[in-house]
Ligand binder design. Structure first.
Ligand code: PLP
Length: 436
């Protein structure tokens, strides 16, 4: 469902829900770095969440009307794009579709002119279906399905990664004119989501692979890496860039003139400026300006843009941690088999906040928060203190739910894996591009 943004204009009174005395009114400041815009976005999201839940009465509604739902602020995606441009002007983003293949997100990014990192036939077709030229796609899956390779050739997606000799022979067989990017290993020992056990050629193997590619008369155009997601070492990009430089030089010895460096994904909102600064310096130092640089950010673009609202469907009173005090187990209508799949697959810890509670109060109460399926693994929060006693029918919401959530949800136990998204835009630029 696309909601007309004109119907949800921000009025000044509404912003008092933020309880933040730094913001006592909102002006029309749409600057990228403006806190005011961020606050306006939060106020707008809250307003839309409340409008939606006001239409649901759990005592009379049809099954599913109380389902969890998202509010997606595409203005946030737009702001992240500008922030990328400011910090990494040299690096063209190829959005990693797997992280959130939402059609409105893809449509906005297509209009903003990004490229796309696709890893399967369906992702390639989804992006091409938006009218994006095949030259704006990198097939960034080092171990590809043969029939998908033939499909990529048919639709004209030429740029792709590889990291082993069997893949080179496969490509020779199915798509000899493809433009190949050698994915190398990185030291991802400080990352939350590590990838190097599965993908990437070691620097030691790189030379043999380049030699084999030469023998097979394949077209190597560049080098890629992925430092893993949630890296804690700010120099992880710097080290990977130096390794890529080493492979560029090895390739030159074999007569290849590489022209593309792909710095992968793993950029995180909170630490973006620090990691981008480190990457920018390393690029300036090791790669002359004629080398084209692309990146594959996923979560960076979408995690903040999606807020999830869930309904409390059941409750159990138990003994609390503090002697003499009760605690509650709350059961929500969404869990780790649904949109909270990011807890299992992406090592995230979503934070519950109260959206609406009939018995609002100040004193803190202890809770554990569970999903709806019959599996004991389906727990969202082991322990948290929230103000007041939350009842069945109340709503909780979770911010930063835009990456590796909906796309990896299942239908386990008969629950929905396709929750409604209410789209809004807190940025006139994004609204204009999307026609909102
Ligand atoms: C998953 C993935 C990405 C995106 O990772 P984020 O952490 O979402 O930025 C980029 N490139 C490749 C090859 C990936 O597998």
């Amino acid at each position: 469902m696309v909601m007309a943004p004109s119907a949800i204009a921000i009025d000044h009174q509404e912003t008092t829900v933020l309880n933040d005395n730094k913001v006592d009114y909102l002006d029309n400041n749409h600057g990228v770095e403006s806190d005011v815009t961020g606050f306006a976005s939060k106020a707008l999201i809250k307003k839309v969440l409340h409008e939606h839940i006001a239409r649901v009465n759990v005592d009379t509604c049809e099954p599913g009307e109380e389902d969890a739902f998202y509010v997606a602020d595409l203005g946030e995606v737009y702001r992240q794009h500008l922030r990328w441009k400011i910090n990494l002007a040299r690096v063209k983003p190829f959005y990693a579709v797997k992280c959130n293949p939402d059609t409105e997100v893809l449509r906005l990014l297509a209009k903003l002119g990004t490229g796309f990192d696709c890893a399967s036939r369906a992702e390639i077709d989804m992006v091409l279906g938006l009218g994006v030229a095949p030259s704006r796609i990198i097939y960034a899956q080092p171990c590809k399905t043969k029939s998908y390779l033939r499909h990529a050739r048919k639709v004209g997606v030429t740029l792709m990664t590889f990291d082993n000799s069997d893949e080179l022979r496969k490509i020779k067989d199915c798509y000899p004119e493809a433009e190949l990017v050698l994915r190398i290993l990185t030291d991802d020992s400080t990352s939350l989501c590590r990838l190097s056990a599965k993908y990437g050629a070691s620097l030691h193997d790189a030379k043999d692979l380049l030699r084999l590619a030469k023998d097979l008369e394949l077209n190597i155009v560049g080098v890629s890496f992925h430092v893993g997601s949630g890296a804690s070492d700010p120099n992880s990009f710097g080290k990977a860039v130096m390794d890529a430089r080493f492979v560029f030089d090895q390739a030159a010895e074999l007569g290849y003139d590489l022209k593309l460096l792909d710095v992968g994904g793993g950029f995180v909102d909170e630490t973006f400026e620090m990691f981008a600064g480190n990457l920018h310096e390393a690029l300036e130092e090791h790669f002359p300006s004629h080398v084209r640089v692309i990146g594959e950010p996923g979560r960076y673009y979408t995690s903040n843009a999606f807020t999830l609202a869930t309904n409390v469907i059941a409750r159990r009173e138990v003994a609390g941690d503090n002697e003499g005090e009760n605690a509650y187990m709350l059961y929500l209508n969404d869990g780790v088999y649904g949109n909270f799949s990011n807890i299992i697959f992406d090592h995230q810890h979503p934070i519950p906040q109260i959206l609406s509670a009939a018995a609002a109060a100040d004193e803190m109460v202890e809770y554990s928060i569970w999903g709806p399926t019959c599996d004991g693994i389906d727990v969202i929060t082991d322990q948290i203190y929230l103000p007041g006693v939350i009842n069945i029918g109340d709503w909780l919401f979770f911010e930063n739910m835009g990456a590796y959530t909906k796309c990896s949800a299942t239908k386990f136990n008969g629950y929905n894996d396709d929750h409604e998204v209410v789209y809004i835009s807190s940025e006139p630029g994004a609204s204009a591009l999307l026609g909102y």
